[in-house]
Design a protein around this ligand. Sequence first.
Ligand code: NQM
Length: 362
Amino acid sequence: MSGPEELRCMLLRGGTSKGAYFLAGDLPAEPAERDDLLLRVMGSPDPRQIDGLGGAHPLTSKVAVVSVSADPAADIDYLFLQVGVERAEVSDRQNCGNLLAGVGPFAVERGLVEPGEEGRTSVRIRMLNSGDLAVVSFPTEDGRVLYTGSAEISGVPGTAAPVIVEFPRGSGPLLPTGHARDTVAGIAVTCVDNGMPTVLVTASSLDVTGYETPKDLEEDLALADRLREIRLEAGKLMGLGDVENATVPKVTLLAPPRAGGAVTTRTFIPVRCHTSIGVLGAASVAAGLRVEGGVGETVARLPEHGDRLRIEHPTGYLDIESGLAYGPGGVPEARRTAVVRTARKIFDGTVFPRPAGAAHQP
Ligand code: NQM
C-alpha cells in the first residue's frame, strides 16, 4: 500500500495526551490506506516508535482527523484514532476527550472556524467515534488562538490557557448492562459508559491498595491476568463483543480518597496504567460513583451538594462537573458533564512517513 510521501500535520498536546492532528482531506479516504499511512507516520509497530512521531506510550500515540461538519448541530467533525505502539493496529472504537481539547484550536489554526469576537471562541464538535456532541471553548485574541494562561492541570507541567470541554447528555445508556452492579470473574463491578465504556472495580477486591504507582501495577502480572479476565467478561456483558484486541472497556480501580477528593483511581487503558485519567474516562467514573448500588458506594466520598467531583489519580486530580438524574423507570441518566483542560500547539509542518513496505516486524 502506498500513499503520500509527505503530508501536513500539526502536533498538539491535548490535556494529558499528545497527538498528530490532520485535516481529513489530507489523508486517504479509504480507511485501510489511511491506517497504513498513520502507522508509518507514528512509527508503529515498534515499542520505541523510533522511526515516527509516536511517543512510545498509548497516551502519545494518538491521531485526530478533523473536518468541517455537514451536520447543522456541529461546526466540526472529529474522528479519534488510537494508533497501536507495539501492534500494527489503528482503532476507532474509542473516543479521546483529551485530544478533543486540541480540536477547537486546530480548527481555528487551519481556518475551519472563525475565531469569536469577544476574546473567546466556542466550537461545536461532533465526535464521530460515538456520534455525540461536545462544545469546546478557549481564548482567542486578534484572530489567533491564545495558548498561554494560568490554568493548571495535573499531569502537565506549568500553566496554559483554559479550554472548557462540555458534553451534553450522551446518546447511549449510562449502564450498558442494565444493572448498577454485576459480578464478572467472581468480582463485583459497575459497568458504566458516560462517553467511555469503563468497568469500575474496588482496588481491595483485587488485593491491591489502589495507591500503587502505575509502574508497580503494570509489573504485577497476577493483577494483569485478573484485569484481562474481568475486561473480557465485562466487554461481552456491555455489548462490546470480544474485546481481546479492543482498547475498550477501560478498567478503573477505586480506592478511598487521600487528598480531599471523592475517590482515588488507577485506570488501565486497557493494559498500560494511565498516568492520570482520561476526560471521558473521568466522566464515566464520576457518573458511575453516583449510581445507587454501584461498587463505588463503599469507597467514594461524594460531596453533599453540586455536580462537581474531584477524582484523584496517579499524578494529581481532575475536577469534573457531572450530574445524574433518574429517568423513566428509575433508570439513571447522565446530565451535562464539564471539565477544564489545556492544549498547546507544539509544531506545525510536514511529516514524512516511513516508506510503504519498509515495516520492521519486531
Ligand atoms: O477518556 C486515554 C487519554 C485517554 C482517553 C485512554 C481520554 C478520555 O487520557 O477522554 O482522553 O483512556 O485510552 O487521552
